[in-house]
Design a protein around this ligand. Structure first.
Ligand SMILES: Nc1ncnc2c1ncn2[C@@H]1O[C@H](COP(=O)(O)OP(=O)(O)OP(=O)(O)O)[C@@H](O)[C@H]1O
Length: 556
């Protein structure tokens, strides 16, 4: 890096050192870290984090306000307008307010956030946007991931705290913020949101909800709840926002009109019935998939090829320069099936393959020395595979937050462009940084503190996976043109079936394949739908399921 700065005319050694440190600090800061936490540099070199930190404020004030987002205020529907006016009145009157924007997928929550952010930023105020998951953070302008923005530890099951000092520039930024919008809040542990509330009260020296700020959470309780490693359903429910003492203090603003599927009313109704668990069960918990989106199960190979052909037609002759693949995916419940499908699809994808193997070792963790060959066979949760098989033009997702401010978050979709020994040159395919080229390095993966690995080890590998197929949980927030849902076994947690089905933009662009159980215990086209009714009832206490006002059409 210093050689790059050396190219600048008359650059002195001191200048170069300062520019390199500044650059590294900026990258670390975007992930919520500091250079001096790493003991990488000599103590004689002082890194003035405070000086660099003012960049955060500059970054926020310079987030581009697009004309489209500003003008979208004029096309808000009635419900969006009501929510917009209520929130803006709090801003304009300098009042506090805690809101929860509640709406099923496609009801225009993101559209409304963008309108709010653009309006408030155009008034030269600081408006912070954050999201629980990286992929959503890359959709909202100027957005960050909640955990890195508020320095909330992700691999701790203890009482959570935000480690933001009152003197830091981040504190200054939070104090200046007129509004904080937190999307996919239901996917965060309630303890994280409570820690966020405590932090704001502390920073503002004001014991009112969120320290007197306007905070808008948003999400859809029909979707997947916080993902906690090895937790029971009860523990997951306990960690949900509706179980927090803060929930009763939030004003719930409801959006019901599905803007994504507004020309497909019967499919919208079906999705809501699935999400609310009122689609009639055929046998215990099993619901029938509508015939026009179902691929009948025949035999293993034939049925899978039919699904692949629907989602990726003509994959053998696919043009590697075309990026339409990025808006297509097969969704399935577990990583195990994702890997199988990706292996099949990368073989079908045209071009020469390149294989990147990881370097694995456990010497730092255990006196028991394990052979690398054995470690290579393991892929613990959160680790990339030992062997990555890629081709030019193949779609990949990032599995680490490398540089969120540059669009490189956990979940970002990219397309492989060229391969080098130690870096992969890829093009960002979604969000505000779409079409930008980036270099992805190999990084070390270490055991997560919560998940107790049988054999803790370090894997050095590119933080990516192929994404022809992705897990249903990872699909949340993605907008896909063509979706295949592959259920070789039933979904296993709240809202997964609903999430899988609701990623499509119409019933014409989705097909579902349900494998029959070996003991013939399942009925063709039927699959379990897991929805925790008590979560929905806590989220919508005044809404018994008859009052959802569904127009239940005969399906299609
Ligand atoms: N008032 C509106 N006028 C025109 N288009 C709209 C409006 N509101 C939303 N849309 C469009 O409808 C689609 C779905 O909206 P959006 O992505 O905001 O929904 P969402 O509730 O955030 O969905 P999800 O929870 O699945 O992310 C988008 O294409 C969006 O541009």
């Amino acid at each position: 890096m210093s050689e790059d700065f050396l190219c600048e005319a008359n650059n002195s050694a001191i200048n170069i050192r300062s520019q390199v440190l500044h650059f590294i600090t900026t990258i670390l800061k975007s992930m919520g870290w500091k250079l001096d936490e790493y003991n990488l540099i000599d103590n004689s070199i002082v890194v003035d984090n405070e000086n660099f930190a003012s960049r955060e404020m500059v970054d926020e004030l310079f987030v581009e306000v697009t004309k489209t987002n500003l003008q979208s205020v004029n096309s808000l529907n009635f419900e969006q307008k009501v929510a917009f006016n209520l929130i803006m009145s709090k801003i304009n009157n300098n009042e506090s307010g805690g809101f929860f924007l509640d709406g099923p997928g496609g009801t225009g929550k993101t559209f409304l956030y963008c309108a709010l952010l653009a309006t408030i930023r155009s008034m030269n105020h600081v408006a912070l946007a954050i999201a629980t998951v990286g992929i959503v953070a890359s959709i909202l302008p100027g957005s960050c991931i909640a955990h890195s923005r508020f320095k909330i530890p992700i691999d701790s099951d203890d009482q959570l705290n935000c480690s933001v000092s009152k003197q830091s520039n981040l504190a200054e930024l939070l104090r200046a913020a007129k509004i904080i919008i937190w999307d996919r809040a239901f996917m965060a542990k309630r303890q994280a949101i409570e820690a966020f509330d405590n932090m704001l009260r502390d920073l503002m020296d004001y014991q009112l909800l969120f320290g007197g700020k306007v905070v808008v959470f948003g999400g859809d309780f029909h979707q997947v709840l916080p993902v906690l490693p090895k937790a029971t359903l009860e523990q997951t429910k306990e960690a949900s926002l509706v179980k927090s003492k803060l929930w009763s203090e939030l004003k719930v603003l409801t959006l019901t009109q599905n803007m994504r599927l507004r020309f497909n009313a019967s499919f919208t109704d079906y999705l809501l019935r699935v999400g609310n668990r009122i689609e009639p069960s055929i046998t215990y918990n099993n619901i029938r998939t509508p015939e026009n989106i179902l691929l009948p199960y025949d035999n293993d190979e034939i049925f899978l090829n039919k699904l692949i052909d629907f989602v990726f037609p003509n994959i053998f002759t696919f043009d590697a320069n075309n990026d339409i693949l990025i808006n297509k995916a097969i969704l399935t419940p577990k990583n195990y099936y994702v890997d199988d499908l990706n292996e099949i699809l990368i073989k079908k994808f045209p071009g020469e393959k390149i294989i990147y193997r990881s370097h694995d070792d456990n010497t730092a963790f255990d006196s028991l020395l394990l052979e690398e060959d054995f470690l290579n066979t393991l892929t613990p949760n959160g680790y990339p595979p030992n062997e990555l098989v890629l081709k030019i033009g193949s779609p990949i997702t990032l599995h680490r937050n490398i540089d969120p401010s540059k669009g490189l978050s956990n979940g970002t979709r990219l397309t492989c462009r060229t391969f080098d020994r130690n870096v992969i040159d890829a093009e960002i395919s979604t969000g505000h940084h779409k079409r930008e080229r980036v270099f992805i390095p190999r990084i070390p993966f270490l055991p997560n503190k919560i998940e107790k690995f049988s054999f803790p080890f370090k894997r050095v590998q590119f933080p990516i996976r192929l994404c022809f197929a992705i897990t249903i949980n990872k699909a949340q927030g993605k907008i896909l043109d063509t979706v295949g849902v592959y259920l070789p076994e039933p979904v296993f947690s709240h809202g997964q079936l609903y999430v899988a089905l609701s990623q499509a933009t119409s019933s014409r662009s989705i097909r579902v394949l349900i494998k029959l159980a070996k003991n013939n215990a399942t009925i063709m086209g039927c699959t379990p739908n897991i929805i925790c009714k008590d979560i929905l009832e806590l989220a919508h206490p005044n809404l018994c399921h008859h009052s959802y006002n569904l127009i239940v059409h005969a399906f299609f």
